[in-house]
Design a protein. Structure first.
Length: 391
């Protein structure tokens, strides 16, 4: 009898442990009134976006480099994916160059840099035991007469605080920078003090375990470094930026905080951007002292499997009229304001699957099978475990 009871009890305990990892219900974003992030920089956001590049096999193709700078900047998109609503509703490919900076005394750039739509493409994932079919590739390459680079920026021009994540890696030769950052459009302003920008930057000339985080500007008009503006961080767990990792940046009113694979690695409250901004991703080099100078014929790449963000814009406000939250978020109860109530509070951090929010608080339409698969199963397992305890 004991021989039979112990295995059954262990089965119940194991079932409870596995079910605890799925305590929150996955819901459609249409059922979410707001989103609450975790970590020391946890905040509320009204909207959610997810861009998934993992299963785009119909758009795969690595284009040849275009040797002429003018032709490169005027290149067509590399596939129809970059003309689709899925892409154009969120992003704009860039084609500008740094010709003006080359003739300026304010820059030490030594190479003409040209952004080209030809350097953003969908590539087949040929990793050993890949967890996706494809990824988005952002390429920069040193050609004989110029640096071919790439950039895309958000179509939303008025992000006003956000939490953005990319599942990405950087590979390639020294002398390039890969980056994800917020940027305030300066218009006609040229003063350094007007800059508002929060950066995540990887320099391929640095050791493979180093990442740089900055609230710009990081230097004065006299060329002096601003130490409070920058953190140079070692990637946790003895990993490096050639490995796939989730890079997260939380921009809030008081600070910008960065995470790698869920671990907080840096936070800067100095010079936190104040005004509505855009979101930019790029891969580049200009031959200056910051990037270094790539050798002719070499390349570097930012490869991205997905991008996810929760955010507010200047048309929306953070919804914080709450009742009861998970304990690790309880401190946020103090952030109530006279704003519309947020009945259904969702999370992208508590989800097991990127892009699929889960419900932290509130209610959402469920099927009978969903009810039976969550709370109903917990009740059944609990009753079963009590029965077995006395069997």
């Amino acid at each position: 009898m004991v021989y039979r009871t112990l295995p059954l009890s262990l089965v119940v305990i194991t079932s409870l442990a596995s079910l605890s990892t799925a305590a929150y219900e996955e819901v459609s974003r249409t059922n979410c009134d707001c989103y609450l992030t975790n970590g020391s920089s946890s905040h509320y956001f009204t909207s959610h976006k997810f861009f998934d590049f993992r299963e785009k096999s119909e758009w795969v193709g690595v284009p040849s480099l275009i040797e002429n700078p003018t032709d490169s900047s005027q290149a067509d998109a590399t596939s129809d994916y970059f003309l689709s609503d899925e892409w154009t509703d969120g992003w704009e490919l860039q084609s500008w160059n740094n010709a003006a900076a080359l003739s300026s005394s304010e820059s030490d750039a030594s190479v003409l840099m040209v952004h080209s739509p030809n350097n953003v493409y969908i590539e087949k994932n040929q990793d050993e035991n890949p967890d996706s079919s494809t990824f988005l590739d952002m390429r920069t390459a040193r050609l004989r007469n110029f640096q071919s680079a790439c950039e895309f920026e958000s179509t939303v021009r008025n992000y006003h605080f956000l939490s953005v994540r990319m599942y990405a890696r950087t590979i390639g030769s020294p002398g390039a920078v890969t980056a994800m950052f917020t940027y305030k459009d300066l218009g006609n302003a040229t003063e350094l003090a007007s800059v508002q920008e929060s950066d995540l930057e990887i320099r391929t000339l640095d050791p493979h375990n180093r990442v740089q985080y900055t609230n710009q500007p990081s230097y004065t008009s006299q060329g002096m470094d601003v130490q409070e503006a920058t953190r140079n961080v070692t990637i946790p767990d003895e990993r490096d930026w050639t490995n796939w990792a989730v890079y997260r940046m939380d921009w809030s009113k008081d600070s910008t905080t960065w995470y790698i694979n869920g671990d907080e690695v840096a936070s800067i409250s100095f010079q936190t951007p104040r005004d509505p901004s855009i979101l930019i991703f790029n891969t580049w080099s200009d031959g200056g002292s910051w990037t270094g100078n790539m050798s002719v014929g070499t390349e570097a790449h930012l490869q991205i499997k997905w991008i996810e963000l929760v955010y507010n814009t200047t048309e929306t406000t953070s919804k914080r009229h709450l009742t009861k939250l998970p304990s690790y978020m309880e401190k946020k109860r103090e952030e109530k304001r006279d704003e519309p109530s947020c009945h259904n509070i969702c999370s992208i951090d508590a989800s097991l699957d990127a892009g699929d929010p889960v419900l932290l608080q509130g209610s959402a339409p469920r099927t009978l099978s969903q009810i039976g698969g969550t709370a109903g199963v917990f009740s059944f397992v609990f009753i079963l475990s009590l029965g077995l305890a006395f069997w």
